[in-house]
Design a protein around this ligand. Structure first.
Ligand code: 3H9
Length: 697
């Protein structure tokens, strides 16, 4: 009979075996009740009459997915995980851990403190702590080297790489792999221990061989490639100490873990982890999505081909339509190259690639071939008339219940829905380039979009392994609307005296994958040019306008694809285009601007505050549901530094009142651009943060 040790842990005695069952759904996070119960159970079974071996297993789909990261940043509640691990390791009755499903971070640390480890084939293990801004804090950096050596531990602990059962076995992290339900495996493993056919020993008592060369190399590599991150360096330092006495190493590991816990990067990275999951909480979550067994794409340009590639990689048969055979040939070439890239990255075998192209991809010039397709994404040129024409034609040929989506980056989905007889089936699915790689998908919900169609957009994103974020309709939706605003701040700074390279460098040092001018070159300067031309008739004359990018485009320079833009391409690495300085100089003269110098910090401040301001307006207008949705858009679609958590999370580190002070100071030079968003005023006057608006997410 099971005896409860806490509300998430129970134990029982079967013959000479003490079984401990962990049951903290969904993933057995090592929250306070689990730690407490595990400690109680180990102690109780350690002194129970006739118990000669203890086996621990999970009743959920995981052994233990790690520490409960919702507890980070709060006052720790005893027993802390290191104490639980010490108690397990010290037990005179041998303990065997059944590692299955997610056995990550603190979960692996519990298993390492056991005296033998048996895995089920579904095991996923490793030390993902650095991806959350911390390091293993319950002995992982000290015990793992005693089983798998310093080099392999350094690899796992500094990269956060997750490994499967086979690799864990090869490394020596586990003793054997067995089949069957976790409880049976626990009973079987315990029997083997009793028979002596599964050896037990204390990990902490095993010798460890120093590896100074590999330690020095890792430290050097981290300094070169991860200098902006806090945790990986501390993880390496902790692993380096594992060759000394265990107690000293454990104490130092704990101190380093606590330093990481207190760092703003930990808060940012954990916010990013939850952002990825929070975005799925939408008002339509209870609606039943329609079945998506096939995908259609209209348009075989970069975006259309990328979307088709994403569908193929997710196992969906794809039909792609273009105007003529030449365009279809080009699309086929792009999709083949995209799939080749997936083969190179090890995501796909070359035979599977050939099969996808031969069997799952249909190319057509006739929209009538979409008659049986479940969901069709239009990805043609950004022109309302052209897109409306496509929607009319799709409406005529698609089966009832088919979902009609537009990949437009800016245009009004309501106007597309209006030309069909089925506005409820129409929505925006805004992919980001390259569409088979970038994880963000904005699901744009129009006035008449049916709830189950929105739910279908989210279901498709799950299938494609993308992060879907719900957006309302406005010019540019969440991401591009905010981008259009803060991008202007970068242009203003360039005319006022900073160079594009300085702006890029300052923002890359802040943590962006690429600066805004390098991004424009990559995306193609013609894209922004087309948008500016489209919006020109509605531009307010009071708004400051910077024509530098227009002047560049007029020369036929569209960035990377033409070899020239803000930078020159073709050499090993891009170099600043000397002509740009002259164009900027002309613009300064025309606008009678006397250039001044900018500190890098001022560049970051102006750029970020412009971003936060427009984001606050997007929220205030109800285009984004919550601040955390905006964070997800920027983390997964715009190269925002993950360790900073997203623009709204970052805004909270400055505070609403301080943000308002800055905007008002900037407004002295340009009151049109720098306006305080009403939502920010509301937060300041009520003492709230953006995080408060996420409550319930
Ligand atoms: C650590 O262990 C530090 C120690 O070394 C030191 C201690 C002293 N805590 O992802 P899913 C929630 S650091 C709290 O959708 P999946 C998650 O938010 C930790 N909650 O499912 C979601 O909640 P909701 C090291 C957690 O099947 C629900 O569980 N461990 C945690 O796609 C389902 O999650 C890690 O870094 C957690 N640790 O993937 C592992 N984990 O339903 C982090 C999950 O309310 N976790 N939740 O949205 C993962 O990688 C994935 O969640 C996992 C399952 C692979 C486990």
């Amino acid at each position: 009979m099971m005896t409860p040790a806490s509300d998430t842990v129970s134990y029982e005695i079967v013959g000479r075996t003490g079984l401990i069952e962990l049951n903290n759904p969904p993933v057995n996070a090592a929250s306070h009740h689990l730690r407490h119960g595990l400690m109680q159970a180990v102690r109780a079974l350690g002194v129970a009459d006739g118990v000669e071996v203890i086996a621990i297993y999970g009743a959920t789909r995981a052994f233990i997915a790690g520490a409960d990261i919702r507890e980070f940043g709060k006052t720790p509640v005893e027993p802390i995980l290191p104490a639980v691990c010490l108690a397990i390791e010290a037990s005179d009755v041998p303990v065997v851990a059944i590692m299955h499903g997610a056995t990550l971070g603190g979960g692996l640390e519990v298993a390492l403190s056991a005296h033998a480890r048996v895995a089920l084939p579904d095991l996923v293990t490793g030390f993902p702590e650095v991806t959350l801004g911390v390091i293993p804090g319950a002995g992982g950096t000290q015990r793992a080297p005693r089983l798998i050596g310093v080099a392999a531990t350094l690899d796992l602990a500094t990269t956060g790489r997750r490994i499967m059962a086979d690799e864990a076995m090869e490394l020596g992290l586990i003793d054997r792999i067995v089949d069957g339900p976790a409880r049976y495996a626990a009973i079987a493993a315990a029997t083997e221990v009793l028979k002596g056919s599964l050896t037990t020993r204390r990990t902490g008592e095993q010798p460890v061989t120093p590896d100074p060369d590999v330690l020095a190399e890792t430290t050097r590599n981290l300094a070169a490639s991860q200098s902006h991150l806090f945790a990986p360096h501390r993880a390496a330092e902790a692993v380096g100490l594992s060759t000394g006495p265990l107690d000293k190493g454990l104490a130092r590991e704990r101190a380093l873990f606590n330093e990481c816990l207190a760092s703003p990067q930990r808060a940012g990275l954990i916010h990013a982890f939850f952002a990825e999951r929070a975005v799925a909480k939408i008002p339509e979550a209870d609606a039943t999505p329609r079945d998506i067994g096939s995908l259609g794409v209209v348009g075989g340009g970069t975006m259309g081909s990328g979307i088709a590639t994403a569908g193929l990689l997710a196992g969906l048969p794809v039909t792609l339509a273009e105007q003529d055979d030449d365009a279809l040939d080009r699309a086929f070439g792009t999709i083949s190259r995209n799939l080749d890239g997936a083969v190179k990255r090890g995501k796909l075998g070359s035979e599977a690639r050939d099969a996808l192209l031969a069997e799952d991809l249909i190319l057509t010039t006739d929209l009538a071939d979409f008659a049986r397709t479940d969901l069709i994404v239009e990805a043609v040129f950004e022109d309302m008339g052209v897109k409306q024409d496509i929607f009319r034609r799709l409406d005529a040929v698609c089966k009832p219940g088919a979902v009609l989506a537009s990949n437009t980056s800016y245009l009004d989905i309501n106007k597309l829905a209006a030309v069909t007889q089925r506005p409820g089936d129409v929505l925006g699915l805004h992919f980001f380039s390259p569409a088979h790689v970038m994880r963000l998908l904005e699901v744009v919900v129009a006035d008449g979009t049916a709830a189950e169609v929105t739910a279908t957009g989210f279901a498709l994103a799950r299938k494609l392994r993308k992060v879907a974020v719900r957006s309302g309709v406005c010019d540019g939706f969440i991401g591009n609307r905010i981008l259009a605003h803060y991008r202007k701040a970068a242009d203003y700074m360039v005319v006022d005296g900073a160079s594009p390279q300085q702006v890029d460098r300052a923002l890359e040092t802040f943590g962006f994958a690429m600066g805004p001018f390098a991004v424009s070159d990559l995306a193609g300067l013609d894209i922004g040019w087309a948008t500016r031309k489209r919006l020109a008739p509605t531009r307010d004359p009071a708004e400051r306008y910077v024509a530098v990018a227009d002047r560049i485009c007029e020369r036929g320079w569209f960035g990377r694809k033409t070899g020239q833009g803000f930078y020159l391409y073709g050499k090993e690495r891009p170099v600043p285009n000397p002509e740009i300085a002259r164009i900027i100089e002309d613009e300064r003269t025309k606008a009678s601007v006397t250039p001044r110098s900018f500190e890098d910090q001022e560049i970051v401040d102006r750029y970020m505050i412009a971003m936060i301001s427009e984001a606050a307006r997007v929220l205030g207008d109800g285009i984004a549901q919550r601040p955390i949705d905006i964070d997800a858009v920027f983390l997964f679609g715009y190269g925002f530094p993950r360790f900073r958590g997203g623009p709204m999370h970052y805004a909270d580190t400055i505070g609403a009142a301080a943000l308002i002070d800055r905007i008002e100071a900037y407004a002295a030079e340009d009151a049109f651009f720098w306006q305080v968003p009403p939502l920010l005023r509301h937060l300041a006057s009520t003492g709230q943060t953006f995080a408060d608006l996420n409550k319930g997410a």
